[in-house]
Ligand binder design. Structure first.
Ligand SMILES: [Zn+2]
Length: 246
């Protein structure tokens, strides 16, 4: 696992090495090799430290990996009166290390956690070949400005590149809402009602979509997003989040 996560580090650098006498495939190979070389050299100069215990050598050490609680089955959300998505998968239980990492990433801009999250999401217990595209759950633009980045967009963009799936950022949050974390289950459902819109119906018609968010709690937000996508013509919507509370 340690080696795996080391090898799968997401290189934040985008380098293009073009050569006039090379075919696109050769240029791609040169680009890829050069990126690997830069990544290897960077790893030598700045070796990873475990995000769980700070020891040197890997982004996540074997011991901390063993502390993670991986979830195998989709969420059961009986309180949703009508569920618009088919299945909702989460990679981890929202506890301990996972809780701390997601909080640090979202609210304290600890972006070095993104490669770990992308690696974990890509190993989710679902069949990737079933999905045509990935759709990130949007933030209202004012919240994005305040945070300085969109945590879910960042993850889904890299995840899409890693898995070769197109990202369709066609959902928009059209109204600001109170933070869901401060509300009861019933209030959460009301809070997000009518807050999302999609104006690209023709681009999602008949597609099987994977809706991605960071944490699944009541499912109110993803259900509202799935409702908009299904009404816009999607064939099927499943949900994937990094974590959900047990
Ligand atoms: Zn560790």
């Amino acid at each position: 696992m340690t080696t795996l996560l080391q090898k799968e580090r997401v290189l934040p650098l985008r380098v293009f090495v073009g050569a006039p006498n090379k075919t696109p495939q050769q240029t791609l190979w040169v680009t890829h090799s050069f990126c690997n070389l830069v990544q290897s050299l960077t790893s030598l100069i700045f070796p990873d430290r475990c995000v769980g215990c700070d020891i040197w050598g890997a982004l996540l050490c074997a011991s901390c990996y063993d502390r993670l609680h991986f979830l195998k089955v989709p969420a059961h959300l009986p309180h949703l009166s009508k569920q618009y998505f088919t299945d909702a998968y989460s990679v981890l239980a929202y506890e301990s290390l996972a809780h701390d990492w997601i909080h640090q990433y979202k609210y304290h801009r600890k972006l070095y956690l993104a490669p770990l999250f992308i690696s974990l999401l890509s190993k989710a217990n679902l069949s990737w070949e079933n999905y045509d595209s990935i759709v990130p759950v949007p933030l209202h633009w004012t919240r994005q400005v305040r945070r300085g980045f969109n945590p879910t967009y960042l993850l889904t963009n890299e995840l899409g590149k890693k898995l070769g799936k197109p990202i369709l950022p066609y959902l928009k949050k059209v109204r600001r809402t109170k933070p869901q974390t401060k509300l009861s289950q019933e209030e959460r459902l009301k809070n997000v009602k009518g807050t999302f819109a999609c104006n690209r119906h023709q681009d999602i018609k008949d597609l099987s979509l994977l809706l991605v968010d960071d944490v699944l709690t009541t499912g109110a937000t993803v259900n509202e997003c799935a409702k908009v996508l299904m009404k816009a013509g999607a064939k099927r919507v499943d949900v994937l989040t990094l974590a959900r509370p047990l």
